[in-house]
Ligand binder design. Structure first.
Ligand code: PHE
Length: 337
């Protein structure tokens, strides 16, 4: 009887398809059951011999068999194709892979990381502030009078009358003091901008790290001790240094710190302009006027501050002679670090 044959072929199909493991075996299933001369087509041919009153029932189960097996076939085909490559070949897992080239930290980031580790070891925490600053934070609260010639020290990119691209990281001192009561001991790294002609020695954008320590009884001797300890850890134990008097509106007294020239070791050469010394940072005792702007009691507290350029620091340490190489993204330079 045809309905028994249908049942039988259904069972046979289920058993055959459950054994298929690749596209080639699946194709054999298609030929055997679903092709024009396959078993299911031949069952349809036999339908004409079925008694008229039985035809609807037998026809229905035959349709079900065809739909069910076509479905099973399609599902399995899709599954096998997604695990094989387009031409039906298996992926060769023994082929060598495509190596991903890993980037590395920029030399400025590495230098800053090193500076941070040293100052964290000396008890400093790290703060940052915005690159777009108010004239008030960048100049006024740092004791630059409106018409003070000291403003000419730093050629400024003004955004409006009251806002500018910060010319140094010192405005972050103001932000930290406005939001914290002493004792404050922090370094403040960041990007700064100056409207200067670009050359091997200066760029319109560079990076600084600011340092600030305010407490009762902070002394210049502590400032020197901290900076010498930093310089020895960063540039080397056997380093010679000196402090020269200088001027900054926000520190009094002010100084600049020099270390022996890395190139001539103090004999005098082109890099140190025959002096044997290289300037590494500016520093001083926080001017009491600055405390006035942040409502710190200048009778009670003293403090010191310092600031250094990160490019300059890296240039001195590694003997780099042109500041522009930091920003050109030339791999021949970057890969050396
Ligand atoms: N802000 C100064 C500069 O950019 C550096 C400095 C910072 C000097 C803190 C003294 C104290 O040149």
């Amino acid at each position: 009887m045809l309905s028994e044959r249908i049942q039988q072929i259904h069972t046979e199909f289920e058993s055959d398809i459950s054994k298929v493991s690749d596209l080639k075996e699946l194709e054999n299933i298609r030929i055997k059951y679903l092709s024009r001369n396959g078993l299911i087509s031949s069952l349809f041919d036999e339908l004409k011999n079925v008694a008229k009153e039985d035809k609807p029932v037998v026809g229905k189960s035959l349709n079900e068999l065809r739909n069910h097996s076509t479905n099973q076939f399609n599902v399995l085909k899709e599954k096998l194709e997604s695990t094989s490559s387009a031409d039906g070949e298996k992926i060769d897992l023994t082929l060598p892979g495509v190596t991903k080239v890993l980037g590395s930290k920029h030399i400025l980031t590495q230098t800053l990381d090193e500076i941070k580790i040293i100052f964290k070891g000396l008890g400093f925490s790290v703060f940052d502030g915005p690159e777009l600053e108010s004239d008030y934070n960048n100049f006024e609260a740092l004791n630059f009078q409106p018409d003070h010639p000291a403003r000419d020290m730093q050629d400024t990119f003004f955004i409006s009358k009251d806002f500018l691209l910060r010319t140094h990281t010192s405005p972050v001192q103001i932000r930290v003091m406005n939001s914290h009561q002493p004792p404050v001991r922090a370094i403040m790294p960041g990007r700064v901008y100056r409207n200067e002609a670009v050359s091997s020695r200066s760029y319109c954008m560079f990076h600084q790290v600011e340092g600030l320590y305010v407490d009762t009884d902070v002394t210049f001797a502590e400032l020197k001790g901290t900076l010498v300890s930093f310089a020895r850890q960063f540039y080397g134990e056997d380093l010679n240094y000196r402090f020269r008097p200088s001027f900054f509106p926000f520190t009094e007294p002010s100084a600049e710190m020099d270390i022996t020239c890395y190139l001539c070791h103090g004999k005098g050469c082109k890099v140190c302009k025959q002096t044997g010394w290289l300037e590494i940072l500016g520093c001083g005792m926080v001017d009491p006027n600055v405390f006035g702007f942040v409502n710190y009691d200048a009778e009670k507290y003293t403090g010191y501050a310092f600031g250094m350029g990160i490019e300059r620091t890296a240039m001195l340490k590694y003997g780099i002679t042109d500041i522009r190489v930091f920003f050109e993204n030339d791999l021949r330079f970057l890969k050396q670090f």
